[in-house]
Design a protein around this ligand. Structure first.
Ligand code: SF4
Ligand code: SF4
Length: 393
């Protein structure tokens, strides 16, 4: 309690909890929960009248302005630090994407950058700040568009708003990749767990292409089902959105009823054998992002004409099997991990680059005097200003 606040414990008082986000689409962004209390008279005796003077000081101009500000402005100014960190992280990510060629040519540095970013996304963005986007946001947004759209509602959750703005901009450039590959805390958790599993030699299952391709539509069906349901009943749609384990794993950190925990753990365990199992086949948010992601305007992932025919290396190493055996990348499935771009520049792993390197080395070897059958020139002797001869090595 502030030191200058006069609190009379014998008078009835009320505590108010302001819940800043709601689960319903048409409810207010902030709901106050009031709990009144009056100390039972048996707990105290009054010996003399206590007169509490009302504060005489008038509120300052700044306080008056603050009181008049819309709620979302007050929420944003309270969350300044977390907003600053999130914006900085998004700028770093933009830098990573713009300088991807430079980075992927340095695999060790890139591995540090990628793992570091995924850890940040999981621990800070997800578990600390609770900024996990969800398909519920998509359903709420579309539902609000056809009912009573209000920016204030969406602005009341600053990090979610900023992330959605960034994801929308990223969709134009790179599709769903920036979010699914870098900013989704649950995606980051799956990838980090998979990396640990691979280190521990957990066998990795690679699904036959025919089956893998036929499992892709499941997530679109789930998303369309939720989308349709949201027009009938938003509360049912939100209930069914529990197919997303985000709330259990990221928001509530596994502190939840056991059926939810078992479901989430089962998905994570499946991901130990099939990398990003949930992202590949089940995630409705991934599907929701893949649909508008098709409008992306640039193609930043490079390929050689011999990718796919005959070379299959990228296609075999893509962690989510997003590269068709024919060589083209399926942008709906690509999470923009940039692994194929690392291979693209690696002249010890990419067969196309290996051939180029061998040609270059052969050319250099053939251009030396010995290889042309010429006698190497004798070294020149130089005389210093002291008159001593020296031979440069
Ligand atoms: S597919 Fe779903 S879980 Fe996976 S990274 Fe994308 S949004 Fe996250
Ligand atoms: S390896 Fe390439 S195609 Fe596969 S997910 Fe990563 S960036 Fe996308």
């Amino acid at each position: 309690m502030p030191a200058d606040f006069t609190f009379d414990v014998t008078a009835p008082w009320e505590i108010q909890l302001l819940v800043q986000r709601t689960l319903g689409a048409r409810e207010k962004a902030v709901i106050p929960f009031n709990l009144g209390y009056a100390l039972p008279s048996g707990y105290y005796t009054t010996t003399k009248a206590v007169v509490v003077e009302p504060p005489t000081e008038k509120p300052s101009a700044a306080e008056l302005v603050a009181d008049e500000q819309p709620l979302w402005v007050r929420i944003w100014s309270m969350d300044r630090v977390t907003i600053g960190i999130t914006v900085a992280a998004l700028l770093v990510l933009t830098g990573i994407f713009f300088f991807q060629d430079w980075l992927v040519k340095r695999p060790r540095l890139f591995a540090w950058v990628r793992n570091g970013y995924l850890l940040f996304t999981l621990v800070w963005l997800g578990w600390y700040a609770g900024a996990q986007l969800s398909v519920v946001n998509v359903l709420t947004f579309t539902s609000a568009l056809v009912t009573n759209f209000s920016w204030e509602f969406f602005l009341a959750a600053p990090l979610i708003f900023i992330l959605w703005a960034a994801v929308a901009a990223g969709l134009l450039f790179w599709g769903r990749g920036p979010f699914c590959g870098w900013l989704c805390p649950f995606g980051a958790l799956q990838e980090l767990l998979s990396a640990v599993a691979k280190r521990l030699k957990v066998p990795q299952v690679r699904l036959p292409w025919g089956l893998h391709e036929r499992l892709w539509p499941i997530k679109y069906i789930i998303f369309l089902g939720l989308f349709g349901m949201s027009f009938y009943s938003m509360s049912y749609a939100e209930m069914l959105s529990e197919v997303e384990p985000f709330k259990t794993v990221i928001i509530l950190k596994f502190v939840r009823d056991w059926p939810f925990v078992i479901f989430a753990v089962a998905l994570l365990v499946a991901g130990l054998f099939v990398e990003r199992f949930y992202c590949r086949y089940l995630c409705p948010l991934g599907a929701a992002l893949a649909i508008p992601g098709r409008i992306r305007m640039f193609e930043w992932l490079k390929r050689y004409p011999d990718c796919g025919s005959p070379c299959q290396r990228c296609s075999k190493e893509c962690p989510v099997q997003a590269i068709h055996p024919e060589g083209q990348i399926n942008v709906n499935e690509c999470i923009y991990c940039m692994h194929c771009q690392e291979l693209y520049h690696d002249d010890h792993r990419c067969p196309h680059m290996i051939q180029k390197r061998l040609k270059r080395e052969k050319f250099v070897a053939l251009s030396t005097p010995e290889s042309r059958g010429e006698q190497p020139k004798p070294p020149r002797t130089v005389v210093t200003h002291h008159g001593q001869p020296i031979t440069p090595t």
